[in-house]
Design a protein. Structure first.
Length: 240
């Protein structure tokens, strides 16, 4: 059994690309998302290529489900060497249009779920004295834009929590990193949102998920004498 990687928030774009990238390096990959059956085609694809892959259903906002997910993998697949938190929560809306329920849901998805995942990863990794925990951030992690108040609030809080976790875990030989994706990622949602999508894609103006995923593998495999805490990623043509 090779080293085991868990991607929480293994969606159709970034999360799936991260699973493929680690599988290509012969890691055993586990993906978790609400409605884990949506991972079946990817798991079958990887297994058909001779890779070790597993899919799970998990609502990352639910403490009992997150705890059960980690316990299941640790007991039945192997010790986790890397955990990636990649749950998306990008729901554009103005502050005036944001209900308390929507604000709380976005916070649960981006902040509370990241806390639960990071805590459980740290709990199992500190017992062994090694591992990596990587969190996906966004432009909203660094600054709030009009129409993204709830998302920016939640992503900014995630970043601050991850900074604290990194400072706690670093001296215990556990690498904690935060990836700021400061650009549009090539997804079906972005395709429908950007009027100049085709031109951007043709000129490498949107983030390719497969290219992005290579950064997660690199962060995990970094030598500990030169760990990166925060990496920001954008296409060459993106305005800062």
């Amino acid at each position: 059994m090779g080293k085991v990687v868990l991607v929480i928030g293994a969606g159709d774009a970034i999360g799936s690309a991260i699973m493929r990238a680690f599988a290509d390096k012969d890691y055993t990959v586990c993906g978790a998302r609400r409605g884990g059956e949506k991972l079946d085609p990817l798991v079958e694809e990887l297994r058909s290529a001779g890779k070790q892959a597993h899919g799970f259903s998990c609502d990352a906002r639910k403490e009992d489900q997150v705890e059960a997910l980690f316990a299941d993998i640790e007991a039945n697949i192997g010790p986790l060497d890397c955990v990636v938190f990649n749950v998306g929560a990008n729901v554009p809306m103005t502050i005036l249009d944001t209900s308390a329920q929507k604000f709380l849901k976005i916070w649960e998805m981006a902040t509370f779920a990241s806390f639960l995942s990071g805590r459980e990863a740290a709990r199992v990794m500190t017992k062994r004295g090694h591992g990596s925990i990587i969190f996906t951030g966004a432009t909203a992690s660094m600054r709030g834009a009009a129409g993204f108040g709830a998302f920016a609030s939640a992503k900014g809080a995630l970043r601050n929590m991850v900074q604290s976790l990194a400072r706690e875990m670093g001296p215990q030989n556990i690498h904690v990193a935060h990836v700021v994706i400061d650009a549009a990622v090539d997804t079906d949602w972005i395709k429908g949102m950007l009027p100049d999508y085709e031109e951007r894609k043709a000129n490498d103006g949107v983030v390719n998920p497969d290219d992005l995923a290579q950064n997660y593998v690199m962060l995990h495999e970094q030598p500990r004498s030169a760990w990166t805490f925060e990496m920001d990623v954008r296409p060459w043509a993106e305005k800062w």
